[in-house]
Design a protein around this ligand. Structure first.
Ligand code: GLY
Ligand code: MN
Length: 463
């Protein structure tokens, strides 16, 4: 938890950014895995954490814009809870730690909101992603659950996004910590990975690093020799010499700030020459994107420049042909990189994705371009100091997609389909670093950059 003043200042700023009414914040509850008392690890809602800092289930809060009042809603524990959980701070004491002086039992939330509605006041809330909170709001607002998110307040969302997109120094320090832990996860994999192991053994060691040194992985670890499947969560294969293994994993620290790194390792510790060629195209694009990322440029421009560089590289190895600028404008790169260059990162690994990708990642008036790859770009905005984003280019050989485009004769003037036939067993390569936009450019978060060039990766895996 940050200082009380941090939360007070954040709420004060938020209250000046919304025109009137009440702002409702729902915290998360425990989430049962297979029966009520056997829960997933508790994860507080990030917007609740950002403004109220309280990392416990069963809480909600309200800011009354017109009166300036702030209330935390929650229930004090009774002796039955204390038997199982031990003594707990009262809700009033918890609220006082984040500068809120008024608390009510949770059951008063519904009446409080109903009273505001009855007076014709605007009740602002953000889209909900958990079923229990959707049902709660549906009951409080007397709306069908399926329509609750339609009533979310764009004004409230935009005010939150404007604030959370620009990271404060205390947040950057936490993200640096998460990146150091992410570094340790990946470095463990580089040292441990040996042919003959099961992928899951490496996953377990990596996740052990973050569970013992932080909180939990910031998302389910991707570790696969089938890196052409972008989010492959199967870890059951034996590691085989000569294969490439994509590892996309990050750490969440106890304050819940995240990191997100990807490295692609050659099983056995050495890239063959074909792998090294494609790998170098991706690593060059990753470094080039970081060199371009600075205030004033849009991340969409950086995405396109990185794609251009990769198309040129693919042309140099004979997989792409024709005019590169024409190919780029048509979207040929989508065959090789069907995802965006990066996303915002902070309290969520895809920061604020629950608030709506376009409102978070696109400037007003900036339209998402519906092209394979570019259409998945989660962060396209003009960069400003304080943005924290990922830089994650990749090249993948997805046989089903290549076959589909080939059968449609798609971009056959630009794609050497025949040469691609021998890449069907290649897999994929992705390389990801986390960047903070500064006044003059950007810096990579974390104290050290993970080995990234062919030489650095081979050296790290050798000893
Ligand atoms: N690291 C997973 C993702 O960015 O989607
Ligand atoms: Mn990522």
């Amino acid at each position: 938890m940050f200082s009380k003043e941090t939360y007070i200042a954040r709420r004060k700023k938020l209250a000046t950014s919304v025109s009137g009414g009440i702002l409702v914040f729902l915290g998360n509850n425990e989430s049962p895995a297979n029966y009520t008392d056997n829960t997933y690890t508790f994860r507080q809602d990030s917007t609740f954490l950002y403004y109220f800092g309280l990392d416990k289930p069963g809480l909600a809060a309200v800011i009354d814009i017109d009166s300036g009042g702030e209330i935390v809603f929650g229930n004090d524990v009774d002796i039955d809870d204390i038997i199982w959980m031990g003594p707990q701070k009262s809700i009033a004491d918890q609220a006082a730690e984040v500068g809120v002086g008024k608390t009510y039992p949770f059951a008063r939330l519904a009446g409080f909101v109903a009273e505001a509605l009855a007076k014709g006041r605007t009740v602002h809330y953000i889209p909900q992603y958990r079923a229990d909170n959707i049902i709660l709001l549906s009951e409080i607002l007397d709306r069908k659950p399926a329509t609750v998110n339609e009533g979310a307040s764009e004004e409230f969302i935009k005010a939150i996004v404007a604030q959370r997109l620009i990271k404060e120094p205390c947040e950057i320090a936490e993200i640096d910590r998460a990146c150091d832990l992410g570094y340790a996860m990946h470095y463990t994999a580089m040292k441990l990975m040996r042919p003959g192991m099961i992928e899951q053994e490496v996953v377990g060691a990596m996740e052990g690093v973050v569970i013992s040194g932080g909180y939990m992985p910031s998302f389910p670890t991707i570790l696969s020799q089938h890196g052409e499947t972008l989010h492959n969560h199967m870890h059951d294969k034996v590691l085989e010499v000569g294969k490439l293994c994509v590892i996309d994993a990050g750490a969440e620290v106890p304050s819940h700030y995240c990191s997100d790194f990807t490295r692609t390792l050659p099983v056995g510790g050495k890239f063959d020459s074909r792998q090294a060629d494609i790998y170098t195209i991706v690593s060059t694009a990753n470094t080039f994107a970081a060199e371009m990322a600075r205030p004033g440029i849009t991340y969409r421009e950086v995405h396109l420049a990185a794609c251009r560089l990769m198309l040129q590289g693919l042309k140099n190895v004979g997989l792409v042909k024709g005019d590169i600028d024409e190919a780029l404008a048509l979207g040929v790169q989508g065959l090789f990189m069907p995802h965006g260059l990066g996303h915002n990162m902070g309290l969520d690994v895809h920061d604020m994705e629950n608030l709506g990708e376009d409102l978070v990642g696109y400037d007003p008036g900036q339209e998402r371009i519906r092209q394979l790859g570019l259409g998945s770009l989660r962060m396209a905005r003009k960069l400003v100091p304080g943005h924290v984003i990922t830089d994650e280019p990749g090249i993948y050989f997805i046989p089903a997609l290549i076959e589909q485009w080939r059968s449609e004769g798609k971009f056959s003037d630009f794609i050497n389909y025949q040469a691609l036939e021998s890449y069907y067993d290649f897999g994929g390569i992705r390389l990801e670093d986390d960047l903070l936009i500064t006044e003059s450019g950007c810096r990579r978060l974390g104290q050290r950059r993970l080995p990234v060039t062919v030489e650095e990766v081979e050296a790290a895996m050798a000893c």
